[in-house]
Design a protein. Structure first.
Length: 230
């Protein structure tokens, strides 16, 4: 009966140590909450970065405490298994079962904590990526608007130059050939730009404009090209 009594004493001691660890963690959590309350009352609310760092430190300390307790229980189990097996079969079975149960509980707790930490990191990364993507989207949109404005001015200058050189032939009644040229270009652009974007996605707006301009030079919709063919 002595071995069984010794084993029960070890199990009881392990339970007491585990309870002490939980009690210390609970007291620390209460103290941290109280400190946070007085900090906010005296110095104002903490920044998100400060709160995040403190939360990560708290999780790290809790994980370290769980690992230490798990290691201690594993060492205790290994030491018990290493002793000569002189106790009856019933005693050998009853002792390790309790230890395995405690180990399983700790493993489950640690796995849950790791999963929660991974989810938090994934959400933080997702928020960061979303913010960066939104910034890039605004940057691209502003760039495209600027390129559109520049291309529009360049197109008007090109049409004016062609008109001044007499390369745009118009009927005698047409007193504003540049307007007809601009209207023809606008219609050509509206028709062909969506097709180009489907055929060649992910290009910059300036690249689409350059491709459209080259197509325009040889298009029968271009009054200057049609006049040259005649």
């Amino acid at each position: 009966m002595a071995p069984k009594k010794n084993m029960n004493e070890k199990v009881e001691a392990a339970r007491e140590r585990k309870a002490a660890v939980k009690d210390a963690a609970s007291k620390k959590a209460s103290k941290d909450a109280e400190d946070a309350y007085w900090r906010e009352a005296g110095e104002g609310a903490k920044t998100k970065a400060q709160a995040k760092r403190e939360d990560e430190e708290r999780k790290r300390q809790e994980a370290a405490a769980r690992k230490a307790e798990l290691k201690r229980l594993q060492e205790q189990e290994e030491a018990a298994l290493a002793k000569p097996k002189t106790t009856p079969k019933a005693n050998r079975v009853s002792g390790p079962k309790v230890t395995h149960h405690e180990l399983d509980k700790l493993r489950e707790s640690e796995a849950a904590a790791k999963e929660a930490e991974q989810k938090e990191r994934a959400m933080a990364a997702k928020r960061e990526v979303s913010s960066q993507s939104y910034s890039r989207m605004l940057e691209v949109e502003n760039t495209n608007r600027l390129e559109d404005a520049v291309d529009a001015r360049s197109m008007e200058q090109a049409i004016d130059a062609l008109s001044s050189l007499g390369m745009v032939e118009t009927p005698p009644a047409d007193k504003h050939p540049e307007k007809r040229m601009r209207a023809a270009w606008k219609a050509f652009e509206e028709h062909n730009l969506p097709l180009l974007r489907m055929e060649k996605p992910n290009l910059k707006q300036a690249q689409y404009k350059d491709m459209l301009w080259k197509m325009w030079q040889k298009s029968p919709d271009n009054p200057a090209f049609a006049a040259g063919k005649q």
